[in-house]
Design a protein around this ligand. Sequence first.
Ligand code: NAD
Ligand code: UGA
Length: 337
Amino acid sequence: MNILIIGAGGFIGSHLSEAILKNRPRWNITAIDISSAKIEHLLNYSNFNFINCDILKPSEILEDVIQRNDIILPLAAIASPLVYVQDPLRVFELDFEANLHIVRLSAKYYKRVIFPSTSEVYGMCVDDEFKEDDSNCVTGPINKQRWIYSCSKQMMDRVIYALGIRDNLDYTLFRPFNWIGPRLDDISNPNNGSSRVVTQFLSNILHGKNLNLVGGGQQIRCFTYISDGVNALLKIIENKNNCASKQIFNIGNPSNKLSIKDLAFKIKQLALTYDRLKENAEKIDIVDISACDYYGEFYQDVKERVPSIRKAKNILDWFPVVSMDELLKMTMDFYFK
Ligand code: NAD
Ligand code: UGA
């Protein structure tokens, strides 16, 4: 199997590449990214071919590599909420326009596309648990620019779905729910909003800064360990009896459901057990901050986000196994041991 991973140098791409090289040695990977910092340890594998290519710039490379591969995973995107509110057009250009080009090329050459949708497409949906084929996708007003990410991804989902109907494009859409683990974000950047919440809290403690609870921290997320997510992706790539074809799957861990406030206290407590963090963890506080003060006026939050994973269980025979405590410990060991 020849697999093209665009954005292979990112958090999900690097873990997926690593898992394939370790566990599926007969698969070949063509990896595209503008950075190889997180995949330096993979560059010597003979079945891993890294190409430094910016998908925002016109180039013949993309069409060429798409033709030469069987499965296309377009993972390159901006996935940080602060950028949605500060530079929404950049999000649109990369997450929608550049990815649309890749999907169209994949359809042109009859390739299978495995596309990262997101838990964010459900937006402010009020369902207790979000279901792939039933739940509404609910976003806020246009002046809340945060929704450009959700809308860009939703539009990609809709285009891919329509290509599946009209042109018989073979695809799977997967929706990660807050995947966490080693290499998630760069914690050396001390600025608020520079990374996703778990790594943001770790970065704050490392730099001796308080942990901020946006809007009081009552909002709920379900955190999923990266190895659980990657196991689902391997099953989707394998696609036994075409079970994953033309399907959408939530990939999340409903058992790891907790509020951001509880997350902050858990992380602060755990930080006391790490030599590099202990001193700072003792002196920092957990403080409330308004969403406007933290992200600016263009932000709107998602109050509660819980996936139904029944479909992934029934069709892929997949379920997550890593608990919240294990997930935080493994992530913190990576950054601080
Ligand atoms: P990431 O930011 O870690 O990785 C994205 C990669 O894309 C980076 O390595 C980056 O260098 C690369 N990239 C950016 N611009 C590029 C360009 N112009 N040309 C080539 N490469 C470029 O993100 P991630 O967490 O690994 O997410 C991967 C995908 O999964 C994204 O589409 C994201 O929206 C989606 N997703 C992730 C999560 C999550 O929990 N991590 C949740 C929902 C959806
Ligand atoms: C994330 C991002 O949009 C994407 O990475 C991704 O597609 C998707 O959701 C996902 O991972 O499923 P969100 O969960 O809101 O969105 O992003 P985080 O930055 O991880 O924030 C989680 C919650 O913590 C938000 O409510 C945010 O306001 C809050 N937060 C964040 C704080 O209270 N304090 C902080 O310092 C940072």
